[in-house]
Design a protein. Structure first.
Length: 258
């Protein structure tokens, strides 16, 4: 059984096209009736829109096998007095969901990804946290890849803010336990006996997605088709208990080694 990441795993970070072997891998799971859940940290489109986008790219899976942080956000973060930071698309989605922004004295600082955080934004966030606001990340991605560049991911930003203010943070999406537990519930609709130790998770984020999953007993498969150009960039520097169980170039290489 599988949990499968999207960006950098199923689709390219550069042009959002299917990565080699990704469509075929999902087809193989469907034919063999192997349970799986597509798990993504996407926050720039509504859940329905991103699901339909993936379908338009040729991926054949049902919505009940899909999970993103927006689908669990309302159960994790209250809608009033939120200072939200992220892409313009993310902020529009939050407004449509009924979130009320407050950039004067917020109760919650909510961080998603964008490539152009400014020093002034970080200064305001630090003030909010020192005044008692809680800190929440939409996910804990290590790197954000876009247009051939790699930026600090939400996880890196959260850790910086925690170090600066001693404010602990919560995470809505991967690799939080609550998110993986929601994904497990979806998997159990396909196999009621499924447990974390039965699952192999595939992702290009070895520090974010896979590190948290490994600590929960999942097998981890690292693909170098996304954030990292090779395993040598990151794997040798991981703590031994967080090193991935398997490393492959892409989904096609996984298929060839099943």
């Amino acid at each position: 059984m599988y949990f499968i990441d999207v960006q950098g795993t199923l689709i390219s970070d550069e042009d959002k096209s299917p990565i080699r072997g990704s469509i075929e891998f999902i087809e193989m799971l469907n034919v063999k009736k192997i349970p799986y859940v597509i798990i993504t940290n996407s926050t720039k489109k509504t859940s329905d829109d991103f699901f339909n986008f993936l379908k338009s790219r040729g991926f054949d899976f049902d919505f009940n096998s899909y999970l993103d942080p927006l689908m669990t956000l309302e159960s994790r973060v209250a809608k009033e007095d939120v200072a939200a930071y992220g892409s313009d698309e993310f902020l529009v989605i939050l407004k449509k969901m009924g979130y009320a922004f407050n950039y004067e004295n917020p109760k919650t600082v909510l961080i998603s990804i964008k490539e152009n955080f400014t020093a002034d934004e970080y200064a305001r966030i630090i003030d909010f946290l020192l005044q008692g606001a809680s800190l929440v990340g939409m996910h804990e991605t290590s790197l954000y890849a876009k247009n051939g560049k790699r930026y600090p991911g939400v996880g890196a930003i959260l850790k910086m803010l925690e170090f600066a203010t001693s404010t602990k943070y919560d995470v809505v999406g991967k690799p939080s336990r609550s998110f993986y537990e929601e994904a497990l519930k979806l998997l159990q609709k396909q196999n009621p006996n499924a447990k974390f130790s039965d699952i192999a998770i595939i992702s290009d984020d070895v520090k974010g997605d896979l590190g948290g999953a490994k600590e929960m007993g999942m097998k981890t498969i690292f693909v170098t088709s996304g954030k990292y150009k090779s395993a040598a960039e990151i794997v040798p520097f991981l703590e031994p208990h967080l090193k991935p169980d398997f490393v492959y170039k892409d989904m096609q290489e996984i298929l060839e080694n099943l």
